[in-house]
Design a protein around this ligand. Structure first.
Ligand SMILES: NC(=O)c1ccc[n+]([C@@H]2O[C@H](COP(=O)([O-])OP(=O)(O)OC[C@H]3O[C@@H](n4cnc5c(N)ncnc54)[C@H](OP(=O)(O)O)[C@@H]3O)[C@@H](O)[C@H]2O)c1
Length: 199
């Protein structure tokens, strides 16, 4: 399984730290050329490698760590996302009317035709997400939700590998509503920093 993080700002770098901590290879990309990202990638760890967006999307699993509306640009990087898993770590707040009442990740999923989309790693502030998820007494919880049942298991396995305790919430508009904003209200689990004894 190969991994890429698209967006190398606060959340992208927080996730890169999580991969580096466990020596798992990950590509990072943004609109800037890889040379511009390379010093920061190297500073995080040797398993974090900056590439162009076009090369990054060759990975099997792509994590979106970009401003919400930029998902439409990133989706254009491939004609079809068949066979790919997309982990949507984006949030949008307040929720714009253009989403037609859809959970924001269901709106994102529409742009990534053919991909298996899982919402995850979106509910913590970046500084918390960057910290070691293994603390005395437990593993930091990340919430996963998806309309595609088969998609969640490999993402849960990745979350575990990174040291997090994944908690599956079910479909995007059911349990997933807890980690989506609605109008001007954050979902109840957003920013909740929780721990589980067992992964
Ligand atoms: N910050 C938080 O605490 C937090 C917490 C939970 C969720 N989130 C969500 O996570 C997402 C990222 O937030 P952030 O705080 O990390 O933002 P950020 O610090 O502004 O970083 C955004 C990154 O996306 C890149 N980017 C923008 N447009 C792009 C495009 N079209 N293609 C490729 N890369 C692009 C930017 O780099 P270039 O300018 O070089 O392209 C930058 O590296 C947002 O959706 C936010 O709602 C943030």
């Amino acid at each position: 399984m190969s991994y890429a993080i698209v967006g190398f700002g606060k959340i992208g770098q927080a996730l890169a730290h999580a991969f580096a901590r466990k020596n798992i290879d990950v590509t990072v990309a943004s609109r800037r050329p890889p040379e511009a990202l390379a010093p920061q990638a190297r500073a995080i760890g040797p398993t974090v490698v900056a590439k162009s967006l076009q090369n990054a999307v060759e990975a099997d699993t792509i994590i979106l760590a970009i401003p919400f509306w930029e998902h439409r640009e990133v989706a254009k990087a491939l004609p079809s996302w068949e066979g790919k898993t997309v982990i949507d770590a984006t949030n949008v707040f307040p929720v714009p009317e253009e989403l037609d009442g859809l959970p924001s990740s269901a709106f994102v999923a529409k742009a990534f035709t053919g991909a298996k989309l899982v919402k995850g790693f979106n509910h913590l502030i970046a500084a918390t997400l960057a910290a070691d998820p293994i603390v005395e007494g437990g593993h930091r919880v990340v919430f996963l939700s998806s309309d595609d049942e088969d998609a969640t298991a490999p993402v849960a396995a990745l979350a575990k590998q990174l040291g997090f305790a994944p908690v599956k919430l079910g479909k995007l508009n059911q349990g997933g509503a807890l980690v989506h904003a609605r109008g001007r209200t954050w979902g109840q689990l957003i920013f909740q920093d929780l721990f589980k004894k067992e992964q």
